[in-house]
Design a protein around this ligand. Structure first.
Ligand code: 5GP
Length: 176
């Protein structure tokens, strides 16, 4: 495996698309008092930071951390909550911000958990999606990029905790 990931989505492409997504979201929630963004740690931290700075509507941010046992060969579909929100989302307009949707198991679990807390609305935004890998159908209202089945790193995404802070999204040689 080489050390430098091959560029799949460049820094410029990311910047352009994240700005577009922020415009779409700002437009979509224009009539809402305040948008409640939930970032999924750790992967979404960089995307969320850039996305929120480009929003033109009032919003607040909170975080959830999940650990997925389904990653790379382990038991698929098992997701565990390791950090919960600090605030209630009851009657709030919630947008879940995910780094990447692969099988959909993580987001499906999360949406079920959040829906039970009675938000006013509940939608999703994913920077990257791999539609060919989907096992659980999940609604995605805002999507940055559709990619083929490959393990990607950078811009928040890791491989064994490496590459998270790369400014672009890339693929690793030797990975599927
Ligand atoms: P899902 O539950 O949709 O199968 O997987 C979602 C989670 O798996 C993501 O939030 C992310 O943590 C991890 N994941 C899935 N595909 C990739 C990938 O290509 N690269 C990285 N770094 N993480 C991934």
């Amino acid at each position: 495996m080489t050390d430098s990931p091959k560029v799949l989505i460049s820094e410029t492409q990311l910047r352009t698309r994240v700005t577009e997504l922020a415009q779409q979201i700002s437009h979509g929630y224009a009539s809402v008092d305040e948008l409640f963004l939930i970032g999924i740690l750790k992967g979404a931290f960089m995307f969320l930071a850039d996305l929120t700075r480009a929003l033109t509507i009032r919003h607040r941010v909170d975080f959830i951390a999940l650990s997925s046992y389904g990653m790379k060969g382990a038991r698929p579909g098992a997701v565990r909550l390791v950090l919960d929100l600090r605030e209630s989302i009851r009657d709030r307009h919630v947008l879940v911000v995910e780094d990447i949707v692969d099988t959909g198991e993580t987001l499906a679990y999360l949406l079920e958990m959040l829906a039970a807390r009675h938000p006013a609305s509940l939608k999703t935004c994913a920077l990257v999606t791999k539609p060919s890998r989907r096992v659980k159908p999940v609604p995605l209202e805002y999507v940055g990029f559709e990619i083929p089945d490959a393990w990607v790193v950078g811009y928040g995404l890791d491989y064994k905790e490496r590459y998270r802070t790369l400014p672009y999204i890339g693929t690793l040689d030797g990975m599927p």
